[in-house]
Ligand binder design. Structure first.
Ligand SMILES: [Zn+2]
Length: 101
């Protein structure tokens, strides 16, 4: 999966913010494990929020299996007929690999 510039921007912003705060904490004598924890938490939160904003901006719809077998279908800017078909596919657990094994 290729990463586009629009998809990379939230991750880069999160990384820049995390680096700045990590550097600032180190400047104030905060212990290294605490800095690492804070930076990782900031990165995780920033990337998660970025993905959500990106999905909302791209009109991404996510359909998951009601049996929670791990099947997820993401649809971006699809016509209504295709959206309905993808929703059916995600909801029909008997068609998923986990149900066949
Ligand atoms: Zn399933």
């Amino acid at each position: 999966m290729a990463l586009t510039v629009r998809e990379a921007v939230p991750a880069v912003l999160a990384a820049a913010t995390a680096c700045y705060i990590g550097y600032d904490l180190a400047d104030h004598g905060v212990a290294t494990p605490v800095i690492v924890s804070v930076v990782l938490a900031l990165l995780s939160t920033g990337v998660s929020l970025g993905i959500r904003v990106q999905q909302a901006a791209n009109n991404v719809q996510l359909f998951t299996c009601p049996e929670q077998c791990g099947v997820e279908i993401r649809a971006t800017n699809q016509p209504d007929e295709r959206i309905a078909r993808l929703r059916e596919l995600a909801a029909d657990h008997s068609q998923h690999p986990a149900a066949r094994s």
